[in-house]
Design a protein around this ligand. Sequence first.
Ligand code: SF4
Ligand code: SF4
Length: 365
Amino acid sequence: MLEISGRLPGTIDEARRSMEICNACRYCEGFCPVFPAMELRRAFSDSDLTYLANLCHNCKGCYHACQYAPPHEWGINLPRTFAELRAETYEDHAWPAGFGRVFRRNGFWVSMVTALSLGLVMVLTMALQEEATLYGNHRGPGAFYAVIPYGVMVTLGGLTFGWAAVAMALGAWSFWRAAGGGPVRWAALKAALADAGRTRHLGGGGDGCNDVDEGFTPARRHLHLATMWGFLLCFAATSAATVMDHILGWQAPYSWYSLPVMLGTIGGIGLVAGTAGLFAIKFKTDRAPEATHHWGMDLGLLGLLHFTALTGLALLFFRHTSAMGMLLAIHLGFVLALFVTLPYGKMVHGLYRLLALMRHHNEQP
Ligand code: SF4
Ligand code: SF4
């Protein structure tokens, strides 16, 4: 039998088997939104399972509490099964469709695109600029454009960001329809945004989640908050700088007390700290409830976010020195790689989880 994605049965059948056992057991019903959503169903269609897998936030609480987890012969391992199904979901809803395969070896492709982007920006910068300009000391409005011309920066940024935005929006629409989302309701969107904005479910019952082993800790929640808000603040900083530069005509670099620099500094520090901490947790965690063969996707995004933020901060601190030219080229290389790979990497989980939370609030009595 072929599933909706044209895939042979495997992960989705395991998810269905697990949900049927859990629905009879119900020991974990207070753990997370997956269980109340499960209890509304007697049978699990492919679209139900796609929705439930993306509603799971991988706290691993049900794995450590489960009397049927390995070595029990039933081998229930919801965090791993759902992580595998989520990865297949990302692949199924990628746009354009053929690009979905990038998710399978995402770590490899992120490394390739990063190396190519860095190489391209560096070679072009060095080829197009005199050594004196590249290593010169530039100050005042328009200093960045002295190294990388305005037209090149706007074209590169506009094309890669536009591509990422369109691909992610089409992927999200495809996911919403496949997960049986129904009409979009303002109250459900508001509730889902509130849950996601404070990573409510990563708090567990107040003690946190089983991030590393059977002990509870809020570490992953705090690091997720730093990463998510760090990214959003950096995005807000770039948007503010775009308006100031391209609409108001106030060219960068800006002072320490300007809106883009303050937002970018706080956001950049949050991103660097959050991604480093999440990276460390990955290597300490118990691997039994993890889908380790998808770690390339997780680590690829963490690495890209980390180095994009780190090079952005370095550019900010050394913008009035002769290192500015090279730092700008390196930072742009990372930004380019981030936007090109964004719709085909772990970043889509934020979008799909938000949609799954919306459906959850839509269907709760
Ligand atoms: S994870 Fe295990 S303990 Fe929890 S509801 Fe499912 S079968 Fe029961
Ligand atoms: S891992 Fe956590 S979020 Fe996922 S199903 Fe289990 S208890 Fe729920």
